[in-house]
Every structure is written in C-alpha cells, then in structure tokens.
Design a protein around this ligand. Sequence first.
Ligand SMILES: [Zn+2]
Length: 124
Amino acid sequence: MKCPCGSDRPYADCCGPLHAGLSGAPTAETLMRSRYSAYARRDEAYLLRTWHPSTRPKHVDFEANLRWVRLDVQRTAQGSLFDSKGTVLFEAHYTMDGRPGAVKEHSTFVRENGEWLYVGEAGK
Ligand SMILES: [Zn+2]
C-alpha cells in the first residue's frame, strides 16, 4: 500500500513507523506529511501526540464523508535537522461527499527535546 502522504513509498517504509512510534520525524516537512497521513488514516492518537501542548485540542474530529486524496507541499522554510522551528506551506486536497475541495495552510512547527511538534497556522 502506498503511503497517503504522496511520497510514492510504501506506507510501511514512510509514515507507518512514525505512526507506530518506532521513529521520529527528522524534519518539519516529514512531520507535516506524517500528520496528513494520520488524518487520512484517522489516527487521532498520532495527531494529538505530535501537537504542541500550547495549541493541542482535547480531541480531533474527523468528517465522516471527507476523504483526503492528495497532499502538495509547496514551500518549506527552516525545519531541518539543525533547526528548532520551521514552517511548511501546503495544500491538502479532499473530496467531501464526492465533491473535490482543498485546504491551504502555512503551518508552524517547533522542535522540542528532539521531537518536531505542530503548533498551528503561521501568523495566528
Ligand atoms: Zn508518508
């Protein structure tokens, strides 16, 4: 099975080990991709544990009729192995009741104790 994040790699060699807690995301973009995959797979636990405590919701709601179909990472800034923060601009495509749509977000990530965490939309 190909990974939902669009890497063209099998899930088991891509976001799977991250979701299973076997490895950590080396970069902000990797974390962002793994969170998109987690939305596609409705993995609430992974989404919550990669969410910064300052902005983390109590739970994640998944739309029953929404299917994530494609992720386009458009731009990244910082977020490398040597950074402690980074941003990723992406567009995530979905279908809702069969109708196509997309959300675009400029996300901010920070790295604490060696782990990348999602903070929220840049500038908010
Ligand atoms: Zn992946």
